[in-house]
Ligand binder design. Structure first.
Ligand code: HEM
Length: 146
């Protein structure tokens, strides 16, 4: 192989190393999605979370007029997408769905706590749970309005 060919081969090799694997969405890292147990794992976590939220005196009143089946479905999609899974969030932006609810920081933290308990109950490692919570943190600005 002459030098030029070696260079071309090296360039091609580095390009193929940089390119995402076929079928992967660009830049996606689905490690957290897998740590949550994939789609079924997330479904189980949300199925545990919803009744927990509805029994939590700190936040249950906010959900009095809501269709919890709908909220659960949207939450599944959102957590899946945030964790790098193959889902698209089809709900409202957080500012719109929460804007009128006068949610406090304490209530945001209460729901986060419930989510962490639900993840624990489904055997999600603490480190993975913390990674998901870290991804939710930027939403606090949009959800908390009081
Ligand atoms: C990590 C924090 C939170 C996340 C990720 C989250 C996520 C979501 C999602 C995905 C929806 C569905 C939006 C749609 O219908 O398109 C929703 C709706 C809702 N959320 Fe949250 N939420 C959070 C915190 C809270 C807190 C702290 C409260 C109240 C204490 C709350 C109250 C509600 C209510 C009442 C609805 C339904 C609104 C309606 O009926 O239209 N959320 N949330």
């Amino acid at each position: 192989m002459n030098d030029r060919m070696t260079l071309a081969a090296a360039a091609l090799l580095s390009l193929s190393l940089l390119a995402p694997a076929p079928g992967a969405s660009a830049g996606a890292d689905d490690g957290l999605y897998r740590d949550l147990g994939g789609k079924q794992g997330i479904r189980n976590i949300v199925a545990t979370l919803i009744p927990m939220v509805l029994a939590d005196a700190r936040i249950k009143d906010s959900f009095a007029d809501s269709d919890m089946q709908h909220v659960g479905k949207r939450l599944e999609e959102q957590l899946c997408a945030l964790a790098g899974g193959p889902c698209t969030y089809g709900g409202e932006p957080m500012k719109e769905s929460h804007g009128g609810l006068k949610i406090t920081n304490a209530q945001f933290n209460a729901l986060t706590e419930d989510l962490q308990l639900a993840m624990e109950q489904h055997g999600v490692a603490n480190a993975a749970g913390n990674r998901l919570v870290a991804k939710l943190a930027p939403m606090q600005r949009e959800i908390v309005t009081k």
